[in-house]
Design a binder for this molecule. Sequence first.
Ligand code: S3P
Length: 167
Amino acid sequence: MTRPYAVFVGLPGSGKSTMAHQVAELLGLRAADSDDLIVDAAGRSIPEIFEERGEAGFRALEERTIVDALGSFSGVLALGGGAVTTPGVRKALRGHRVVLITGDQQVLLERVTRHPSRRPLLSDDPERTLSLLRAEREPLYEQVAAMTVKTDNRPPSRLARELSERL
Ligand code: S3P
């Protein structure tokens, strides 16, 4: 069966997509992001999907997309920050090489406020929301991940090199 070489999880703004692309390039693999796969499949942007189907509708689509990618994509896969809240995604991740990408609150906040377009959940009061999401999701990330990488203030290219050597 085809399976991703590694799967990256973490909060919005943690840098998981950037890391996935850089690590994949170093390893000569492809990178994919579950949000991009969802947008391609639905023909809608993430905020449009939230608006039309609500968060529950988005999570159902996200679960289907991720379960499918876990069985068909062979590169480095980055998951949307909330994917681990769906029990079916956590179950599907068992046996995969899952890496948690983390960072300090201030660093994440700065990144999400710079790129708000794909994060409807963070459009109101991003500071408070990000703290709440962190508290709710940290145990779930730790449940699925076998390895943790902190991205704070370290050049992404160096982190990507170190991580690619550990994988
Ligand atoms: C979400 C994170 C987003 C995207 C959607 C929901 C979340 O992905 O999937 O807006 O619930 O945290 P990123 O983690 O890539 O920002």
